[in-house]
Write a protein that binds this ligand. Structure first.
Ligand code: GLN
Length: 197
C-alpha cells in the first residue's frame, strides 16, 4: 500500500480548514502536500469563497463551538455538511460533529450519529501513539492528544477503527471523524481518502 499516493491529482479540490482555534496549520500543510487548494475559515465572510470540503481540526471543542456560533458560521456549515459536503473532523473536530457528547454541552454540528466521551483517556494516558487498522487502509499511525473516544456508534454511522476496545474513528456518508490526529504523522492516506470522497 502506497503511503504517498502517486498519480492522484488533487488540484481540483479546495478544502476549507476551520481556523478559529487549534491545530489547523498541520492539516493545511498535509493537504497542500497532496496538491489540494486550502482556504482558512475564520469568519462568516470566508464562507463566500468556493470550497468543496471541510476539515475540523483538533483543539478545544467548547471554544471552537462558541467561536463558530459567534462568527455565524455554525448554521451555514451545518447545512452544507447535512447536504453531503465531505468533512473530516479530528479530535475536537470529531466532538463538533458528534450528535451526542457524554456529560457535556458542546453544541457543535451534531451531524454524525455517534456519542463521544471527551478527554476519555484520563491524565495518565493523556497522549499516546499507536498503529491500528483504519477502514480498508490497513494499519495507520495514530497520535492521541487528550483525545475523546466514541462510546457509541449510532445506527446511521459505521466504525472505521478501534483501539484498546474503544472506537476511535467512524464514518457516516461523507463525514469522517477520528479521535486521533492523522495530520501529525507523515502518513497521508486518511487525508487522501477524505479527498477521494
Ligand atoms: N480535549 C479536547 C476537547 O475536548 C480535544 C483535544 C484535541 O483536539 N486534541 O475538545
Amino acid at each position: 500500500m502506497s503511503n504517498s499516493p502517486i498519480n492522484t491529482d488533487n488540484s481540483a479540490h479546495t478544502v476549507a480548514v476551520l481556523a478559529v482555534q487549534g491545530a489547523f496549520l498541520e492539516h493545511r500543510l498535509m493537504l497542500e502536500k497532496l496538491g489540494a487548494r486550502v482556504i482558512e475559515l475564520r469568519q462568516a465572510r470566508d464562507l463566500e469563497q468556493s470550497f468543496d470540503r471541510l476539515v475540523l481540526p483538533g483543539g478545544e471543542s467548547t471554544v471552537q463551538a462558541k467561536l463558530l456560533r459567534e462568527q455565524n458560521m455554525l448554521e451555514p456549515l451545518r447545512e452544507r455538511i447535512s447536504g453531503g459536503m465531505p468533512v473530516l473532523g479530528t479530535c475536537a473536530g470529531l466532538i463538533l460533529l458528534a450528535k451526542n457528547v457524554e456529560g457535556n454541552e458542546v453544541n457543535g454540528f451534531g451531524t454524525l450519529d455517534v456519542t463521544v466521551k471527551r478527554n476519555a483517556y484520563g491524565r495518565q494516558l493523556g497522549s499516546f501513539h499507536c498503529d491500528a487498522n483504519f477502514g480498508n487502509l490497513g494499519a495507520v499511525p495514530m497520535t492521541f492528544i487528550r483525545a475523546p473516544y466514541i462510546a457509541e456508534v449510532g445506527s446511521n454511522a459505521e466504525t472505521l477503527a478501534t483501539v484498546g476496545g474503544h472506537v476511535v474513528a467512524a464514518r457516516q456518508g461523507n463525514q469522517i471523524g477520528t479521535s486521533f490526529h492523522p495530520e501529525l504523522d507523515s502518513d497521508t492516506r486518511i487525508h487522501q481518502l477524505f479527498l477521494n470522497l
